[in-house]
Ligand binder design. Structure first.
Ligand code: SAM
Length: 356
């Protein structure tokens, strides 16, 4: 039974995060305009009032869906109120200190800069970037500590709500296809697990499943390990590795998820990750991708999608927005592919044929 007071509390909690994100973005933009303005080519086009109203409507909608999915038992209600307060209070001041460094680097088009003590050997060339102008790219402890705080400000407090949208198709598909398999024997992999927030929500949704995470960043994996070791249940197995060469047996996983990875890959790498996911997933298994919306989904959001790589260093985003991932998934062998959009994200749900 829906408790109206808890629902109101959740809506207020989300509104608070959204207003905070807006206040931060407004203040930091004003401060930078005053101290160290962006170069003209980094200035975003302004969004129309209609676009802003649409975005607010989408934000309200994803919060409602998030609430409804918790009520339907896809995951516990407590997950909705989960926030890393300790990290927020510890690292939020550093977000401000980092602003000027980021602005300077961005204005000077220094996109591949890493502290001298960071070992950049052995990573794919496309990965050695200061994605979103992030200091040290994905390769320092500080970057791992700031990432979730920064991303959640960008997405107005809705990042976890977007991540949680992979849970409904994942759980539904596992329950229908593998209902004869004991919950403990279900294996789920999160590709590019980052700091572990998607794995944390999968753990809440599938408390008994064996969970696995892979990412190229050793520091993000360390952060994920900290987060995941605090929650009850078997610890997910985290591996440092490339999604293009998954170190797992063929037909091993019942489900695979991947959140916010594909827009940061060049096209060939996107196909290789999809091919690898196809290889390691069991016949009948489900692959759920979450990433940015694409140009064909909402032509009215063209300006916003054009602004993103102008403001943030995202060298593969423009190509991503017009890439046909359905074709790529089919090329790998996936079938029964459907898509969904929630807030500013898009989801692909694909299945490996039972007889594959
Ligand atoms: C935008 S972050 C998303 C992280 C996480 N999934 C989330 O929801 O926040 C992109 C992640 O992809 C990882 N990554 C990028 N290219 C990769 C690759 N080829 N193989 C594995 N991980 C990769 C990065 O290290 C980073 O953690």
């Amino acid at each position: 039974m829906t408790d109206p007071l808890t629902k109101l509390t959740y809506q207020a909690f989300q509104k608070g995060k959204s207003y905070f994100g807006l206040a931060h973005k407004t203040l930091s933009t004003q401060l930078l305009n005053w101290v160290l303005p962006s170069t003209p080519e980094r200035k975003p086009q302004s969004l129309s009032p209609e676009t802003l109203i649409t975005l607010q409507g989408w934000l309200d909608k994803i919060i409602e869906t998030d609430w409804q999915d918790a009520q339907r038992g896809v995951y516990p209600e407590s997950l909705l109120f989960e926030n890393q307060w300790e990290d927020f209070f510890t690292y939020y001041p550093t977000v401000w200190f980092d602003l000027l460094t980021i602005q300077q680097r961005a204005n000077q088009k220094r996109y591949q800069e890493f502290a001298p003590d960071i070992d950049t050997e052995g990573y794919p060339k496309y990965y050695l970037q200061n994605f979103h102008h992030q200091t040290d790219g994905y390769l320092s402890e500080m970057s791992a500590n700031l990432y979730d705080v920064q991303v959640d400000i960008l997405f107005s407090g809705s990042t976890d709500a977007m991540r949680r949208r992979v849970l409904t198709p994942l759980k539904h598909s596992l329950e229908t296809t593998f209902n004869a398999v004991l919950p403990k024997q279900i294996r789920v992999l999160d590709v590019a697990c980052g700091t572990g927030r998607t794995l944390k929500s999968i753990r809440a949704s599938l408390p008994k499943a064996s969970l696995y995470g892979i990412d190229l960043s050793p520091t993000y994996l360390r952060k994920a390990n900290q987060l995941l070791s605090e929650i009850p249940g078997e610890l997910p197995q985290l591996v440092q590795g490339n999604g293009e060469e998954l170190p797992y047996l063929d037909n091993y996983f019942h489900g695979i998820t991947s959140v916010f990875l594909f827009h940061e890959l060049p096209p060939e790498a996107r196909q290789r990750v999809i091919d690898e996911c196809f290889r390691v997933i069991q016949p009948g298994g489900v692959f759920v991708i979450c990433d940015s919306m694409q140009a064909s989904d909402f032509p009215e959001m063209k300006t916003m999608m054009e602004n993103f790589p102008v403001m943030f260093h995202e060298p593969y985003y423009r190509h991503y927005t017009t890439d046909n991932l359905i074709e790529r998934l089919e090329k790998a062998g996936f079938e029964k592919i459907t898509t969904e959009n929630h807030f500013v994200s898009k989801y692909w749900i694909a299945h490996k044929p039972v007889e594959a």
